[in-house]
Every structure is written in C-alpha cells, then in structure tokens.
Design a protein around this ligand. Structure first.
Ligand SMILES: [Zn+2]
Length: 96
C-alpha cells in the first residue's frame, strides 16, 4: 500500500485541524493511528512496517485523498510526518 504521513497541523489538515479525527477520537500527544479508506471500518487494526515500533495501530481517521490502497499514518509533529515521506509497504490488516 502507499503510505503517507500527516500531523494535526493546519498544513496537513486544513479546516479539519480541530484535534479530533473523523470518528470523533480526540488526539493525544504520542498517539499512533492511521487514516484509511472507508472500506476499512474504524477500529480495524493494521500492522505497518516501520511505524509504531512494529505494533498494530487502529484506523481512526479518514482523508479526502486517502482512498483504496492509500494510507496516512499519524505523527505528532509536521517534521516527523515529512521525514516519513511516501512509502510503498506491505500492510497486514486485521478486521474486527
Ligand atoms: Zn502537518
């Protein structure tokens, strides 16, 4: 899958930079989660190589351009999100 990264800042989220994700989850410092296509229900666990120390993370957000095989992993700072860049990874998906 094509995995990009984002943070809560206005550059990444624009008018949606309100500290909450699309499912109403309130973002806390240090959180790790992922935005995915709506075919993956909120709470679906994904194991994304190189993200969150190899621990699975949950789908808690959506994105206007996050469709199909695209994912967006969350970082707390814009710098970290930029460092991630764009990666093409095998992602393990565990549906609840
Ligand atoms: Zn940002």
């Amino acid at each position: 899958m094509c995995v990009t990264a984002y943070c809560p800042c206005r550059r990444c989220c624009g008018e949606y930079s309100n500290g909450k994700t699309a499912c109403g989850y309130k973002i806390n410092p240090g959180d790790s989660f992922v935005a995915a296509d709506s075919k993956y229900p909120f709470g679906t666990e994904m194991l994304i190589a190189g993200y969150n120390n190899g621990e699975p993370v949950k789908v808690l957000d959506r994105g206007g351009v996050i469709r199909g095989n695209k994912l967006d992993v969350f970082f707390n700072s814009h710098k970290q999100a930029l460092q991630w860049g764009v990666r093409y990874l095998d992602v393990k998906i565990r549906s609840n």
